[in-house]
Design a protein around this ligand. Structure first.
Ligand code: HEC
Ligand code: HEC
Ligand code: HEC
Length: 440
């Protein structure tokens, strides 16, 4: 018996070691950009947009795909690498096989395991054809010489072999078996959302080792100090999402009944604005099939016209007590001109009765918005909201948020409001990066 267990143990250790050890894939001479079919390169460009490759692999004011963007994680700061075809500092000497292995198994050309901040747990679903198109696209970009900064991780996470254990525990092939009840568009949407789109990387909760909890997919997650709301059946949106609304939001970056995509969601929709419509439509169909909120007691009754006049908070059952009048006055003074002004989004603010920022179980996005507003990003016409971080004290922000929650969020107060304000303030004070980088 004991001998038997020992044998099993040795076999398991052997298997673990075999999984841990990955050999080098020989370098190749950098392929000539002109050797790739232009149609294949265009296809790769679309797939790279869906995968947000540029968003992560470009530093603020840096050259496209040359890496160096800091990615804060609960374990330390990682830096994205240079994925231009530069032979020394980029992936110029990578064969297509090496590129495919990085994308699907998280192993670099030399055989080192890569950190899962690079969402290969999703990209693993990418088909051979799509890997070929992505490779053609990247190998025909301008080569940029830029060594990535070293990662800032504590020991023993600096030892990449520990990642083999992580992969053994958590890296599973996506189950994308065909569903005969669903049409081709749905299947395409599932492939993109679960794979290259890596929506679950932000919208699913993670365990203590940073792996997505697959049994709770899309029940809401965290991204760079923002809450990535629950999607599908667990959504807390006051107005249930449907296929048409998802299509418009993902494509245009806003919807009249849901508001504007902000924070780390902003670059996602900017990228999706440039890919063929059918791809986004397919994603919307799949997402809509995951069900629709509202779920939970906190969802507000949708109403385009808030029930209360400014300055008169409604007496929501069970929540009358202990909210200083200050919040009510602050809302009337600082917010109603835009949020009850009747100007439609994206340039006008939606009725806050429609906002998931207020019906969600976490106050974090509301606090971020009050402190930071919507900073101007890029050159084109953008919705703008002033930040109030410099003029409101923490107590005033708390009072305002509590008032909005009571007025529009259905009555249950947030228990963690004060800590959310402290964390949001700390994140902004530490943020040495410009606003564009905060939102990736
Ligand atoms: C969420 C951020 C993020 C996104 C999105 C992302 N990457 Fe990365 N990628 C990283 C990070 C971080 C690393 C470095 C990981 C490490 O150091 O172990 C990396 C590493 C890589 C590597 C290995 C490069 C090397 O020199 O070792 C390749 C290849 C790569 N990414 C390609 C892509 C492609 C193609 C896409 C889009 C389909 C993409 N990445 C999207 C964060 C990202
Ligand atoms: C100068 C106009 C302006 C002022 C003043 C303003 N906002 Fe906004 N706000 C906007 C615009 C524009 C948007 C983007 C459209 C949208 O999503 O509602 C926005 C978005 C929001 C959202 C996200 C809504 C969603 O889910 O899409 C929240 C929450 C919010 N504002 C809260 C506030 C609060 C609280 C105040 C007062 C402290 C305030 N705003 C003051 C213009 C303003
Ligand atoms: C880098 C992290 C990140 C990724 C990747 C991401 N999201 Fe988001 N998403 C967020 C955050 C943060 C918010 C909340 C901010 C806001 O309200 O705009 C959000 C908001 C949303 C909302 C609005 C939900 C509501 O109730 O208001 C939808 C819908 C959505 N995302 C869909 C997607 C889809 C589909 C994908 C994949 C194509 C995706 N997201 C990928 C971070 C992300």
């Amino acid at each position: 018996m004991i001998v038997g267990l020992g044998v099993v143990g040795i076999a398991a250790a052997g298997a673990a070691l075999a999984a841990a050890w990955r050999s080098e894939i020989a370098p190749v001479p950098p392929p000539a950009p002109a050797s790739f079919d232009p149609a294949l390169v265009r296809r790769g460009a679309d797939l790279a947009l869906i995968g947000d490759c540029r968003t992560c692999h470009t530093a603020p004011n840096g050259a496209a795909f040359a890496g160096g963007l800091p990615l804060p994680t609960p374990f330390g700061t990682l830096y994205s690498t240079n994925i231009t075809p530069d032979p020394e500092t980029g992936i110029g000497r990578w064969s297509q096989a090496a590129f495919a292995r990085a994308l699907r198994d998280g192993v670099d050309r030399e055989g080192r395991h890569l950190y899962p901040a690079f969402p290969y747990d999703h990209y693993s679903a990418t088909t051979d054809d799509d890997v070929r198109a992505l490779y053609a696209f990247f190998m025909s970009r301008p080569a940029v010489s830029a060594p990535p900064p070293p990662n800032e991780l504590p020991f023993p996470l600096t030892i990449r072999l520990t990642l083999a254990g992580w992969k053994l525990l958590f890296l599973r092939p996506k189950n994308l078996a065909p569903d005969p009840a669903k049409d081709e568009v749905w299947h395409r949407g599932r492939y993109l959302v679960e794979g290259l789109g890596h929506c679950g990387a932000c919208h699913s909760p993670r365990n203590l080792l940073g792996a997505e909890i697959t049994s709770r997919a899309y029940q809401g997650g965290e991204a760079e100090g923002w809450r990535a709301y629950a999607l599908g059946a667990a959504s807390r949106s006051p107005v249930p999402w449907d296929e048409a609304a998802l299509m418009q939001y993902l494509r245009d970056g806003f919807h009249p009944l849901h508001g504007v995509a902000r924070g780390p969601m902003a670059p996602v929709v900017e990228n999706l604005a440039e890919v063929p419509r059918e791809e986004v439509a397919a994603m919307a169909r799949y997402l809509a099939s995951l069900g629709a909120g509202p779920r939970g007691e906190a969802a507000a009754t949708p109403s385009l016209v808030p029930a209360s006049a400014p300055g008169q908070a409604p007496q929501a059952a069970g929540a009358q007590a202990a909210i200083p009048a200050a919040g009510t006055d602050l809302y009337a003074a600082a917010c109603t001109a835009c949020h009850e002004g009747g100007r439609p989004p994206p340039f006008g603010g939606i009725s806050l009765a429609l906002s998931t920022a207020i019906s969600d179980e976490s106050p974090r996005n509301l606090v971020n918005l009050i402190l930071e507003g919507l900073p101007v990003r890029g050159g084109t016409a953008q919705p703008i909201m002033p930040g109030f971080g410099a003029v409101l004290t923490d107590a005033q922000v708390a009072s305002l948020a509590a008032d909005l929650r009571r007025r529009f969020g259905g009555g249950l107060p947030w228990p963690d409001l004060d800590s959310a304000i402290r964390e949001a303030r700390a994140a902004r004070r530490l943020a040495a990066r410009p606003a564009a980088a905060m939102t990736r």
